[in-house]
Design a protein around this ligand. Structure first.
Ligand code: SF4
Length: 64
């Protein structure tokens, strides 16, 4: 089974630079302004590293 990363934008306060964007080793997260980050699914390998860095738990890995 594969997992897919989701961004739960209602959990993201969208008022600061997303700390998870810079921890992704694959450059798969992008943030426009202070909006909730977007996932580039061509780059994301579902490693879960970013999930651990979001203090609001707005990034979730779940079975696809
Ligand atoms: S799950 Fe891994 S590869 Fe995907 S965005 Fe998060 S840190 Fe990057």
């Amino acid at each position: 089974m594969s997992k897919k990363l989701s961004v739960l934008s209602d959990r993201c306060p969208q008022n600061h630079p997303c700390p998870s964007v810079i921890v992704c080793p694959y450059g798969a997260l992008r943030q426009s302004g202070f909006k909730a980050p977007k996932v580039d699914y061509d780059k994301c390998v579902s490693c879960g590293k970013c999930v651990r860095f979001c203090p609001k738990r707005a990034l979730v890995l779940a079975e696809a």
